[in-house]
Design a protein around this ligand. Structure first.
Ligand code: CA
Length: 217
């Protein structure tokens, strides 16, 4: 933690401790754990609060990293096609964001040696277009992939961070995508516990405990 000493004369004797609001890592995305809708009676198309691409995405109880459900993507059975989902939150120019999710290559439905999955953060303008026109590293940021070489039957954390959002940014969009490279059956990728948050500097602390804090500077 970065302790910044901010001392005011009127506060010299007051034990005023003000910690800047820290982003709750789950506060931004809705249904990041894919617990809705209830899939206990069978897989449900897409997932609540997410916009899906291809119709080959389901909320399922087959696996879960967090809670009892996860998000399953397969297909979409056309070369280079993508199956997945997106959700956007309000964002602004200059903000840096971090996205994380757990992904699994399950032995009962393994990824083939062609297909892969990633998560992305995209910065969109108020019209929903890529703010900088789709420039990698400016308004499009992509995680490392999960693919057929990813260890099976374990949840692997994928993460991505951004550069400062470009001018015109109105939204940060979290994208989950499974790419069907060859358009044939390529197995499924399971996803759970998605989070998207602003990568803020350490909290600012205002206090009169200067002598104590100086130890931690
Ligand atoms: Ca879950």
């Amino acid at each position: 933690m970065n302790w910044n000493r901010i001392l005011g004369g009127s506060l010299a004797c007051a034990a005023l401790l003000t910690v800047a609001a820290v982003q709750d890592s789950n506060a931004q995305l809705l249904n990041g754990s894919f617990e809705m809708p209830d899939a206990s009676g069978g897989d449900q198309p897409c997932s609540a609060d997410w916009a899906c691409f291809s119709g080959t995405e389901f909320t399922t109880t087959a696996l879960a990293s967090d809670g009892t459900q996860s998000f399953k993507t397969f297909g979409p059975f056309n070369p280079g096609g993508g199956a997945g989902a997106a959700q956007r939150v309000a964002a602004a120019e200059g903000e840096t964001w971090v996205g994380e999710i757990y992904a699994q290559n399950a032995s009962f439905d393994p990824i083939d040696d062609q297909d892969f999955g990633v998560i992305k953060i995209e910065f969109l303008d108020s019209a929903g277009n890529l703010a900088a026109g789709g420039v990698l590293g400016v308004d499009v940021f992509e995680s490392n992939p999960i693919n057929g070489a990813t260890p099976m039957d374990t949840w692997t954390l994928l993460g991505v961070g951004t550069a400062p959002a470009p001018a015109g940014t109105a939204f940060a969009q979290f994208v989950i995508v499974k790419v069907d490279v060859d358009g044939t059956q390529g197995g499924s990728i399971f996803w759970d516990d998605a989070v998207l948050f602003i990568d803020e500097p350490s909290p600012t602390v205002e206090t009169s405990w200067g002598e104590v804090k100086s130890v931690f500077r």
